[in-house]
Design a protein around this ligand. Structure first.
Ligand code: HEM
Length: 189
C-alpha cells in the first residue's frame, strides 16, 4: 500500500504543472492563503451550527433553521477547501503523501464526513418539535460534539504538515516510518 501511494505521488511529481505550482513565487502562497482563509466559511459556519445544537450559542435562533440556512454557504466553503487542498497536495505530492500528519488528517476527514452524514440523517428523522429548544436531541448533540472534535484535530494536523519531525528524509523510527509511508531505497522525497 505504501509503495503504491509512493509510486502515485512520484508520478504526480513528474508533472510539469506540479513543479510549476511548487516553484511559483505567488501562486502556491495564494492557494495556501485561500486554504486558510476559507476556514471561516467552512468550519466557522459549521462550528456555529454545532454550538447551537449543544445549546452553547445563538439560543434565540431555531436550530434547524440555522442549519438549513447556513448549509449552502458552508458547502461552498468546504468545496474551496477541497480544491485548494488538492492543489497543495499536487504541488508537493511525495512529501505530503508521506506526511504522518497529512495521513491522520485524511483519516479524520473521512470520519468527519461519515459523522456529517449520520448527523443529517438524524436531523431529517428528528422531526421539528425540538427546533426552538435550548439543546437539540441527544443524537444531534453527539453528532455536533464529534464534529467539533474531528475538525479541531484536522486543523491541528493541517498545521503540523509543515513540520518535518517524521519526514522520511530524516529516517524516522518505527512505527512512524511505516505510518508515514516511508519505503526502502526511495529516490524521491
Ligand atoms: C476541508 C477540510 C480541510 C481543512 C479544515 C483543512 C485545514 C488545513 C489547515 C488549518 C492547514 C494549515 C495551513 C497553514 O497553517 O499553513 C492545512 C494545510 C494543508 N492542507 Fe488542508 N484542510 C482541509 C482539506 C484539505 C484537503 C482535502 C487536502 C488535500 C487532499 C489538504 C491538504 C493540505 C496540505 C497539503 C496542507 C499543507 C500546506 C503547507 O503547509 O504547505 N487539506 N489544511
Amino acid at each position: 500500500m505504501n509503495q503504491a501511494i509512493y509510486n502515485f505521488a512520484v508520478w504526480l511529481d513528474t508533472h510539469g504543472w506540479s513543479t510549476a505550482l511548487h516553484e511559483s513565487f505567488y501562486l502556491y502562497n495564494w492557494i495556501e492563503t485561500t486554504h486558510v482563509l476559507t476556514l471561516m466559511f467552512s468550519l466557522g459556519l459549521l462550528f456555529l451550527i454545532d454550538l447551537r445544537m449543544l445549546g452553547l450559542a445563538l439560543p434565540g435562533i431555531p436550530a434547524g433553521d440555522l442549519a438549513r440556512r447556513l448549509h449552502l454557504p458552508m458547502l461552498l466553503g468546504f468545496s474551496i477547501m477541497l480544491i485548494t487542498g488538492l492543489l497543495l497536495f499536487y504541488a508537493i505530492p511525495v512529501r505530503t503523501a508521506q506526511s504522518l500528519w497529512f495521513r491522520m488528517k485524511v483519516v479524520l476527514m473521512v470520519a468527519a464526513a461519515i459523522n456529517a452524514w449520520c448527523f443529517h440523517h438524524s436531523m431529517t428523522t428528528a422531526g421539528t418539535g425540538w427546533d426552538t429548544a435550548r439543546k437539540a436531541p441527544p443524537a444531534l448533540q453527539w453528532g455536533a460534539g464529534l464534529s467539533l472534535c474531528f475538525w479541531m484535530l484536522i486543523v491541528v494536523f493541517g498545521r503540523l504538515i509543515a513540520y518535518d519531525w517524521f519526514d522520511c528524509r530524516t529516517g524516522p523510527p518505527e512505527p512512524f516510518a511505516t505510518l508515514s509511508g516511508c519505503i526502502n531505497e526511495q529516490t524521491h522525497y
